[in-house]
Design a protein around this ligand. Structure first.
Ligand code: GTP
Ligand code: SPV
Ligand code: MN
Length: 613
């Protein structure tokens, strides 16, 4: 039987056992769960209620299986060591199965939905034998909120259930909210490692065959073979970005790979900012920033995903639909992100970090020197010749309410009104520290032309520069040309209520390869200029690529930067930019007629301006 929504309610052979749902579960959900159980043939079915008791039993299950070990130095914390081949998102195994290949667009892996259903039907057939099938009802955003959405993930991985407990709002309230509505996303996940009668399990079951499949028309997700976060916590990238971006297109809102923060000054100035940077390019760090300049405070609202809707006042209102942080561990330290370090004191799941001889976690960048006696992320005595002690994509999973800088109103169902949107990436050369787009359409062009060095967050060559429009290249669930057009349209709809758009680059390097800009807490200086631009108080100079801070408009006091470094941070190399436009034009070209004319107009305008320089 190929898995499909139509087949969900199909009666199953009498021999199969009933999934005995909790009282009050919507019959359509029960029928779907039954159909998945019939297909995957688990030993047991467990409906998750999201309680502390459930958490405790999941932890015990994982301890017994060796999936996690305690981290003695941090109460309530555990270390999971994954299979070494299951450490990151797999973009080449991620599929958008739209009816029409054109709806997936040139930047996605398209598969025909019928043939994908056939493949998945074969893989999921009996895939959960010997395992517990967990049914996880969840809400993205506060249950019942006007921007929130509901879903149900089925998985045979307790690690995934525990992670979902942290990252989403799991349990009975979500299940109750789904009663009588068809507006919930069904998501099925299996590690693809059925157990034969009496067969011993491994600590991190997975399968080298992997499919992370999305069916945008029927809003379904089917994921097979990997238990790594972005491939397996289906509420996160699969639902909250890929499926939600399709819903957002159809319903007139935005689902984005963004952080969300509020920066306030003692004198009452306030800035609500959403920022899109590619994976492992600084969203968590910016969201938890401790400003180095006096008077300013940053409150964290979200670090990875933002859902934004035009409100009745004509402004864009944003929520973080998640309930926790699945953050990059390496590079996190008392000096780079003290907020995160405090947040990770307790009740954290660490994945693929190293462990110290005295029972604490460690990763590259936490301290200058690696402590003696480290056990590496694969559980072996650390040997630098074999690589880093922690995997470069090692992660922490922690509840948002554990973050010392979390905004008191971070769960406000209506969200916060956005003043500024920031795009950024890792660019060792050419892209200035900060610039403002001339207007919304130019801002969409800036977002559409982000490029960045690839990081360890996905399998593939680290360090290579690639275009990652809106930091959504791996996450847009439909044709990216249509996505650009949706953004252009949003500007028309918002008009004067639209946020101002900026680009930042913390990662420009000098000839020795060092970062020109100190980054982290010092990024508050850039946010202050952005706040000033929004308020109309900060001076800027119009250049070919956008508005740069005027001389003295960006507070650099006390930084002790060489004037040559400052020049380099803001240098606009017209020749290099013109060369880049060739690449931009080729990138745009693949979208054909779906590319909005506004972006062509912007490209031509920027080229014309550069030719005048
Ligand atoms: P995802 O969770 O993968 O979406 O990533 P993210 O965008 O939240 O990235 P994160 O904030 O975790 O940063 C990843 C890496 O970038 C870490 O190693 C950080 O230390 C480094 N980083 C973050 N901000 C800065 C900065 O301002 N300057 C420099 N030089 N590095 C930074
Ligand atoms: C990213 O890769 O952008 C992440 C981690 O935030 S994951 O949830 O795995 O996608
Ligand atoms: Mn991310």
């Amino acid at each position: 039987a190929a898995p499909s929504r139509a087949a969900k309610a199909a009666p199953s052979p009498a021999a199969r056992r009933s999934v005995s749902a909790p009282e009050g579960a919507d019959p359509a959900i029960v029928a779907w769960v039954q159909s998945v159980a019939d297909l995957t043939e688990p030993a047991r079915v467990q409906w998750c209620d999201g309680t502390d008791a459930e958490w405790a039993s999941l932890v015990q299950t994982m301890l017994d299986a060796g999936t996690i070990v305690p981290v003695p130095k941090r109460p309530g914390s555990y270390l999971a060591r994954s299979n070494p081949d299951d450490v990151a998102r797999m973009e080449d195994r991620t599929f958008i199965c739209a009816e029409d290949a054109d709806d997936a667009g040139p930047t996605n892996n398209w598969r025909d939905p019928q043939s994908m259903r056939q493949v998945l039907g074969g893989l999921f057939d009996g895939a959960m034998r010997g395992r517990t099938m967990y049914v996880i009802p969840f809400s993205m955003g506060p249950v019942g909120g006007p921007i929130s959405k509901l879903g149900v993930e089925i998985t045979d991985s307790p690690y995934v259930v525990a992670s979902m407990h942290v990252m989403t709002r799991v349990g009975t309230p979500a299940l109750e909210a789904m009663r009588g509505t068809s507006d919930w996303v069904p998501a099925v996940h299996s590690v693809g490692a059925p157990l034969a009668e009496g067969e011993a399990d491994v600590a991190w079951p997975c399968n080298p065959t992997r499919y992370i499949s999305h069916f945008p028309e029927t809003r379904e997700i089917w994921s097979f073979g990997s238990a790594y976060g972005g491939n397996a916590l289906l509420a996160k990238k699969c639902f909250a970005l890929r499926i939600a971006s399709v819903q957002a297109r159809d319903e007139g809102w935005l689902a984005e790979h963004m952080l969300l923060l509020r920066m306030t000054h003692d004198d009452g100035r306030t800035l609500h900012l959403a920022g899109a940077f590619p994976s492992a390019c600084g969203k968590t760090n910016l969201a938890m920033l401790q400003p180095t300049i006096p008077g300013w405070t940053v409150e964290t609202l979200g670090d990875d995903i933002v859902w934004m809707r035009p409100g009745p006042d004509g402004r864009l209102w944003a929520i973080n639909p998640e309930n926790g942080f699945f953050g990059v561990a390496p590079g996190t330290s008392e000096s780079s992100n003290p907020t995160a370090m405090a947040m990770l004191d307790k009740d954290t799941i660490f994945t693929n970090v190293a462990m110290t001889a005295d029972g604490d976690v460690w990763w590259e960048g936490m301290s200058k020197e690696a402590p003696e006696g480290l056990i590496d992320w694969q559980g072996r005595p650390h040997d630098p010749a074999r690589g880093p002690a922690a995997h470069p994509n090692a992660r922490f999973t922690v509840r948002a309410d554990q973050c010392p800088s979390i905004a008191p109103d971070w769960e406000a169902p209506e969200g916060v009104p956005i003043d500024a949107i920031v795009f950024g990436g890792r660019r060792p050369t050419q892209v200035p520290l900060v610039l403002q787009a001339r207007d919304w359409e130019h801002g969409v062009y800036v977002g559409a032309t982000i490029s960045s060095q690839q990081t360890a967050a996905a399998e593939g060559p680290v360090g290579e520069i690639r275009r990652d429009p809106f930091a959504m290249l791996p996450f847009c669930g439909y044709n990216m040309g249509d996505y650009f057009a949706h953004w252009v349209d949003m500007g028309h709809r918002l008009g004067r209520g639209a946020p101002k758009i900026f680009s930042v680059n913390w990662f420009r390097r000098d000839d020795e390869g060092g970062f020109l800009w100190p980054g982290f807490g010092e990024n508050a200086r850039v946010l202050e200029w952005i706040a000033g631009r929004v308020a109309g108080t900060a001076a800027g100079i119009d250049t070919a690529i956008g508005v740069l801070p005027a001389e003295g408009a960006l507070d650099l006091a006390g930084l002790d930067l060489d004037p040559a470094v400052v020049d380099e941070l803001f240098e606009v190399d017209a020749k290099a930019w013109l060369a880049e436009l060739v690449d931009v034009e080729a990138f745009f070209g693949q979208f054909g007629r779906s590319l909005p004319t506004g972006l062509v107009r912007q490209l031509n305008h920027v080229r014309w301006r550069l030719e005048q320089v």
